[in-house]
Write a new protein. Structure first.
Ligand SMILES: *Cc1c(COP(=O)(O)O)cnc(C)c1O
Length: 433
């Protein structure tokens, strides 16, 4: 079961049992940069992008990578070099994309709670398209564009009301979720956009969730978007030239069949034939998830209340997915050797009972000082990391065809509080009564 996951990540073992990523011994990286550390395989990211792009070759399309999955500049640079644009959900992500060399015109700004400050900044920096998620946002965007004297390309993110077979925290496309404009308000939103000379209504968009394994929600959602486009045309709104299908394509964490881009293209291609529409695709996880591992060192073994614990130096602040989504990540030793298997909880050092990487898992009986790799950590790993327990953010490393380099050094402890003021009232002016 583990073999396909290793293959997805570009991992192999040498004759001494050492785990290699693209020919580089991961133990060497761990020794030099320390642990915990994220390591990404550039070739896997390229292969995933190329496979998706090739599968959709028969459909006019553009790919906007969802930066929130992994916003490391080295990762963004790889995708930019392949021609990707970016899907962003904050101004911080916009600056990341720009810093990596992605043109502002190739950026789509998504998100349910963009503030007036966000919208002004995005317009000022020349973002290519803004996908609005409510009538209120549309009105605000029109007012800001008018005030700035510019014209803005907009998409309406529709909530297509489709159900998905994923973790409830990863479902975004059903009626009861906070995302998107409800179907019965899309016409009003489109009329408002069409009546605003400063807005150019270009796209209908959706994003139905994440880690989705089958094509049905995409087909159902796109059908709804096509129907809406027809309704809008019947009302004289004919400016829509793009359907944005979002991302969410599932990968294999424990042997699931990943959503093959070829199957997806086959299922939705016919819907778009002869429509003259361009398809926008916003993959995040599927491009980077399998490409990354989190390296961690075993600190202690202990036996509590009849249970085995393996305590490692990576915690929920470094990789939140197990505790936040009950996510399953396979864990392998960096140096394979003959030894017994134990059933243990793999836990971190954070002071929370919810701080675990795996529960009740059959694992090799590793000893303190040994190194482990958590697989499938390339997406929603580092980007969800925090400084909880005043723990510095881990290092990030890029491996590419036998070479490796640090893209982001481990955060230093001093950086955690460098901007804090221990006596904020010392220089404050007295409060007037
Ligand atoms: C998060 C997100 C994506 C990417 O989702 P993945 O599951 O990582 O592919 C795409 N589009 C939008 C609008 C998003 O919010």
């Amino acid at each position: 079961m583990i073999e396909p996951l290793l293959r997805d990540a570009g991992l192999t073992r040498d004759s001494a049992g050492e785990l290699l990523m693209a020919g580089v011994r991961l133990a060497d990286i761990a020794r030099q940069v320390g642990t915990p550390a994220y390591v990404y395989n550039a070739e896997v990211i390229r292969a995933q992008y190329r496979r998706l792009d090739a599968a959709f070759a028969g459909i006019p399309h553009r790919i906007c990578y969802a930066v929130k999955a992994n916003g490391n500049l080295a990762v963004l640079r790889i995708l930019r070099d392949l021609g990707a644009g970016a899907d962003i959900v904050s101004i911080g992500e916009l600056h990341r994309a720009l810093a990596a060399g992605i043109a502002a015109g190739n950026v789509v700004f998504s998100g349910v709670g963009k503030t007036a400050v966000d919208l002004r900044a995005a317009i000022g920096l020349g973002v290519g398209q803004i996908n609005v998620e409510s009538l209120g946002e549309l009105e605000r965007l029109a007012a800001i564009a008018r005030e700035l004297g510019t014209r803005v390309a907009v998409g309406i993110r529709v909530n297509p009301d489709v159900t998905t077979d994923t973790h409830p925290y990863m479902a975004t496309g059903s009626r009861a979720d906070k995302f998107g404009v409800p179907l019965d308000q899309v016409m009003a939103a489109a009329r408002l956009a069409a009546a605003s000379p400063e807005l150019e209504l270009k796209a209908l968009a959706m994003h139905v969730g994440s880690q989705i394994g089958d094509v049905d929600p995409y087909r159902a959602g796109l059908r709804r978007l096509l129907e809406l486009r027809e309704q809008l045309r019947a009302h004289g709104i004919g400016s829509i030239d793009t359907l944005d299908m979002g991302g969410g394509f599932g990968i294999s964490y424990r042997g699931e069949t990943p959503l093959a881009p070829e199957r997806l293209a086959e299922a939705i291609g016919p819907l778009l034939e002869n429509t003259g529409l361009t398809l926008a695709v916003e993959p995040g996880r599927s491009l980077v998830g399998s490409a990354g591992v989190l390296l961690t060192e075993v600190v202690y073994r202990k036996h509590n209340g009849g249970k085995e614990f393996i305590i490692v130096d990576a915690g929920m602040n470094d990789l939140l997915r197990p505790s936040h989504y009950e996510a399953h990540h396979e864990v392998v030793e960096l140096t394979a050797r003959e030894r017994p298997t134990i059933v243990a909880d793999l836990v971190g050092p954070v002071c929370e009972t919810g701080d675990f990487l795996a529960l009740g898992r059959a694992l090799p009986a590793v000893e303190p000082g040994e190194l482990l790799a958590v697989l499938g950590a390339g997406a929603y790993g580092f980007t969800m990391a925090s400084n909880y327990n005043a723990r510095p953010l881990p290092a990030e490393v890029l491996v590419d065809a036998g070479r490796w380099g640090v893209s982001r050094p481990r955060q230093r402890v001093e950086q955690l509080f460098a901007s804090e003021e221990p006596e904020p009232l010392a220089s404050a002016s007295p409060q007037r009564s």
